[in-house]
Write a protein that binds this ligand. Structure first.
Ligand code: GLC
Ligand code: MG
Length: 426
């Protein structure tokens, strides 16, 4: 969900090996970052992904890992920009990078040099991509560059991960795409208060040279980016080299640069009572925090990660107003209290299994002095697969609850059929 105001924080992050840690099958740090972003930033900040992936491979990744929906997606190594949930393409950007670009001429040289193309999906209108081994790159890159320049082409070569070689228009790339975006935001009067760029490999390098940004190179970064960083002279204080990998390194950088809040709800105990937390007055942030904490507590209860205490159960049960109701996708209205009672018996039922719950696209709207409309996607991944429930809820101010809010009405729509415990329709 693209935030329409002036972002308090703009995070521009690469995906593979930066936001997403491929070896981590639990997606621990990605979920930590996701919970932090949804509970504290989604309502007034902007998340941008900047990846070498094509739209197809970006969509593949979104199915594989619990990636939040970003406000803006810069794909194909800064040659394609998409906005919002609808992924509306920026044609103005295409016009800019098309000037002087000649794809056919690049292909001609590639054929001449017998270069090895990447798969078809990664060949894009303004990006020609190859695989070149590190040992060969020392020779191949200068030769290719010389040949392309000889033809009068206005291009640049980008080498990433010790294997991927991209040929792009010189006006494109992750850095140029971000400059374009920042200019656009400025023209709309939406200059971000702070910008953090995050990367791990060669194609991210340009991000760190954009004006007025701070940046994090995650601990697991590739040689080519670390070497570039080592070669920089002068003040490098705007670049932080993390000691933690991927999304954990991003959270670490938020702490380093004082970008607050920077403690994920997954890294602390969820407040169980109003005494655990001081809530002056419920605001848009409080509604988001309540959603994230409530789902997290449910996950922890089912996984048996927290104690099966009366106190925890009370938090789940009494977070719901006494007269609250739930409208289910199959056309019934019931009391969510019933579901919570079922939950009580299911304590620890997911222990040792693949099981996570997370919230995406959390956004809230003040309806009156004491009520909020909050909408979010509730995701659940288990052995049985992936489910998503589009949820709208009305939360009511009540100082006796941890975030100063209790749940009054919940309306659920399952994104894909009726799964899990839903009744079979006659
Ligand atoms: C992604 C893309 C690939 C590109 C690489 C580096 O892996 O799929 O085409 O070469 O990023 O930019
Ligand atoms: Mg990467």
């Amino acid at each position: 969900m693209e935030f329409k105001g002036s972002p308090r924080l703009l995070i521009v992050s690469d995906l593979d090996h930066t936001m997403v840690e491929h070896g981590d099958h639990d997606n621990k740090s990605l979920l930590r970052f996701g919970a932090l972003w949804q509970s504290e930033f989604n309502h007034d900040s902007l998340l941008v992904y900047s990846t070498g992936r094509s739209p197809k491979m970006f969509a593949d990744l979104r199915r594989e890992v619990p990636l939040l929906t970003a406000g803006i997606a810069i794909l194909s190594c800064g040659t394609e920009i998409f906005y919002g949930d609808t992924m509306t393409k920026d044609h103005g950007w295409i016009d800019i990078i098309s000037k002087g670009w000649n794809r056919a001429a690049v292909e001609e040289v590639a054929e001449e040099m017998n270069l090895k193309y990447q798969c078809d999906s990664e060949q894009r209108p303004h990006k020609v991509s190859f695989h070149v081994r590190k040992e060969e790159s020392v020779h191949t890159m200068p030769t290719l560059l010389a040949k392309l320049l000889e033809k009068g082409l206005d291009i640049k070569l980008i080498y990433s991960g010790g294997l991927d070689l991209d040929v792009l228009p010189r006006a494109a790339g992750k850095g140029q795409a971000l400059r374009y975006l920042l200019q656009k935001l400025k023209a709309e009067g939406r200059v971000p208060q702070q910008t953090l760029v995050c990367g791990d490999s060669g194609n991210d390098q340009e991000l760190f040279s954009v004006d007025n940004v701070c940046g994090v190179i995650v601990a697991n970064a590739k040689d080519e980016l670390l070497q570039w960083h080592a070669d920089q002279v002068g003040d490098k204080s705007h670049i932080f080299v993390a000691t933690e990998n991927c999304a954990a390194g991003i959270i670490e950088a938020m702490k380093h640069f004082g970008l607050e809040p920077n403690v994920s709800p997954r890294d602390r105990t969820v407040p169980l009572s109003v005494h655990d937390k001081l809530v002056p007055k419920a605001d848009a942030g409080a509604a988001a925090r309540e959603v994230v904490e409530y789902l997290l507590l449910t996950e922890q209860w089912l996984r048996g990660d927290i104690s099966a205490s009366e106190e925890v159960f009370r938090r789940l049960k009494f977070g719901l107003a006494k007269d609250s109701s739930r409208v289910c996708a199959w056309g019934t209205i019931d009391s969510p209290h019933k579901e919570i009672e079922n939950l009580q018996a299911q304590y620890g039922s997911q222990r040792g299994k693949v099981f996570h719950m997370w919230a995406d696209r959390v956004r809230s709207m003040k309806l009156s002095d004491d009520s909020w409309l909050v909408r979010f996607d509730k995701w659940e991944r288990s052995d049985a697969g992936l489910t998503c429930v589009l949820t709208s809820a009305v939360l009511q101010s009540n100082v006796e609850f941890p975030n100063g809010l209790c749940w009054k009405l919940i309306h659920e729509t399952w994104l894909k059929g009726y799964e899990g415990s839903a009744p079979v329709r006659k």
